[in-house]
Design a protein around this ligand. Structure first.
Ligand SMILES: [Zn+2]
Length: 303
């Protein structure tokens, strides 16, 4: 059984490598990814979009599957469902969504038959985004959650206790953290950018540090990022999470020092260059927006 599973995953990986070799048309996101088991009963489905990795979590709990984040299109989400059907062979019972951003929620369209869960601010953010995009009523209904929560939610699937937690604003105001205590694993969506400069353009970098501290205090060994790779030894993700926290602390402290000196937002953008992070993917296109956002957060002028 185990050998069969490993072989199947190897075949899936092999296929997708071949597919990747035929360069996809520019600015068209891939509609399939790869499913990988990281610890028994826990998988990650990863879309490689021009080198940027987008991860969806998959929990297999004996008599049903939970998917965490549907990724960025109906076609991609259907590919994920096919991979789950082929490898895990259990029905998908729940979709838990963390951030409302399209790259993680457009795939909800493939989950019309599945019970959907998200934070109440996730629902509000998703609804606002879809209304502004003038999406059809049917698309809006299909993507929205069936149930929301405010602080935490605990439910039971097969042999597993599943905790859906909210620790405050981070990448958005409604990011859910999924924790499976018995397996000591946490799924973090875009609350965790692994080895990639975090996108805080619409987020809350100072509050984010507190959220990461709450996550690090969980009794867990494996922390699954929404972006970036997962090491062969998944327990190394704890050190990676610590590195991301340190990055946020460094950025916050630099900006705080400028504010203490009386610097304006523009002056702070000019002086807080964060050169120690300039080699990280996404840095160049993100730094200025991150500095401006955290400057406003520290000044208390964020809406
Ligand atoms: Zn996002």
């Amino acid at each position: 059984m185990k050998i069969g599973l490993a072989m199947f995953i190897t075949i899936v990986l092999g296929l997708s490598t071949d597919a990747a070799a035929q360069a996809p048309p520019a600015n068209r996101a891939p509609t399939s990814g790869t499913l990988r088991q990281i610890i028994p009963g826990h998988y990650v489905y990863t879309q490689d979009n021009a080198g940027r990795l987008f991860n969806s979590g998959v929990v297999a709990a004996g008599d049903g599957v939970l998917v965490f984040d549907a990724l960025d299109s109906e076609a991609l989400a259907r590919s994920e469902r096919e991979a789950i059907a082929g490898v895990i062979k259990q029905p998908i019972r729940y979709l838990v969504s963390s951030v409302f951003h399209d790259p993680f929620s457009k795939g909800n369209l493939a989950y019309g038959d599945v019970f959907k869960i998200g934070h109440e601010n996730y629902r509000a953010g998703l609804l606002d985004q879809m209304q502004r995009g003038q999406l059809s009523d049917q698309e809006q209904r299909t993507r929205l959650p069936n149930v929301t929560f405010r602080d935490r939610m605990t439910f039971y699937l097969g042999d597993k206790e599943i905790q859906v937690l909210y620790f405050g604003a981070a990448h958005t105001k409604g990011d859910s953290i999924l924790f499976v205590p018995q397996d000591r694993i946490v799924y973090m969506s875009e609350v965790f950018f692994n080895d990639e400069f975090p996108n805080i353009a619409g987020g809350y970098g100072v509050s984010w540090i507190r959220v990461l501290d709450a996550v690090r205090a969980l009794d867990a060994d494996v922390f699954v990022p929404g972006h970036g790779s997962i090491p062969d030894d998944p327990k190394q993700t704890r050190a990676a999470l610590d590195r991301m926290r340190q990055l946020l602390v460094d950025v916050r402290d630099r900006i705080q020092a400028e504010i203490a000196r009386g610097a304006t937002e523009d002056q702070t953008v000019a002086t807080v260059t964060l050169q120690q992070y300039e080699k990280m993917p996404q840095f160049a296109g993100t730094r200025e927006a991150v500095v401006r956002r955290i400057y406003k957060e520290l000044k208390g002028t964020l809406p």
